[in-house]
Design a protein around this ligand. Structure first.
Ligand code: F6R
Length: 261
């Protein structure tokens, strides 16, 4: 795992967008794993801007989102499909047929989850998986105690996650679905590269646990310590309680990947 520190949230989001852009330019048929949430909005805004101003093309990309609420149709304003349409898909030249999210309205959820896993494999696996982190340490909606080998499945959300996401439902907790389909931790770990972004003081405690604490299903993001190619980008606020920051800075300054980046 490599950890990159950036002074603020804006610089961290820009760096993540530039990593994604570089991978798309290297490999136009990139299979991109996507996340939703407030943190990602700035990343998608940068990618949209790179499309408009630098000709970054998503035309050959295929995408798989981490999760979707159960019970929300794709046209629901708070569905993750709508989030993706609004923040990225409508802003770039991606073919919507190449964009995938789990179907939260499927009548047979087990079959839907198996189908989603099948689609990922059929596309050759995820090349680059973008991740945020929840206050409880979740990646995707893999809440505490999710098996570190879990696959795409339906999952009941923690109360704290429901509260975290209530904003999209006008702050009404009762309107937030309490179940979602999510890629499993095992599914995420099979991506060729993981790229996690976390910003803000409120993520500092959980970031320290995930990056420098023990690998545990209580903090599913800690499973990323097992990944062979995982980059974590944090702003100084989210890095506030990390212990190895001097070492992370040294690596960033000396790793060839980041020279002249
Ligand atoms: C959403 C997802 C979640 C979020 C996480 C952080 O698709 O997978 O794991 O990335 O909850 O959300 P924000 O950025 O809103 O703090």
């Amino acid at each position: 795992m490599e950890v990159i520190l950036q002074p603020d949230a804006a610089a961290a989001a820009l760096l993540v967008a530039r990593v994604i852009a570089r991978e798309i330019r290297r490999q136009p048929k990139l299979v991109l794993g996507l996340a939703t949430g407030r943190t990602m909005e700035a990343v998608y805004a940068h990618l949209a801007c790179m499309h408009r101003e630098e000709g970054l093309s998503f035309a050959a990309c295929r995408t798989f989102n981490l999760d979707e609420y159960i019970g929300l149709p794709p046209e629901h304003p708070a569905s993750y499909r709508q989030y993706m349409n609004q923040h990225l898909f409508s802003q770039v030249d991606i073919d919507l047929q190449n964009t995938h999210l789990p179907d939260g309205t499927a009548t047979d959820l087990t079959a839907e989850c198996a189908y989603y896993e099948h689609l990922i494999v059929e596309c050759g696996g995820i090349d680059l998986q973008l991740l945020g982190i929840g206050h409880d340490g979740h990646i995707g909606f893999n809440e505490p105690m999710s098996a570190l080998r879990s696959r795409t499945r339906d999952k009941t959300l923690m109360r704290s996650t429901i509260e975290q996401n209530a904003e999209m439902f006008a702050g009404e907790l009762s309107k937030v679905p309490y179940r979602a389909i999510t890629m499993g931790v095992g599914t995420i770990l099979e991506s060729k590269r993981c790229l996690l972004l976390a910003t803000g003081y409120e993520k500092a405690g959980i970031i320290a646990k995930a990056l420098e604490g023990p690998i545990t299903s209580r903090v599913t993001a800690s499973a990323l310590q097992l990944h062979a190619h995982c980059t974590v980008v944090v702003d100084y606020a989210a890095a506030a309680t990390l212990e190895e920051t001097e070492y992370y800075r040294w690596i960033f300054e000396n790793e060839p990947e980041w020279q002249n980046f």
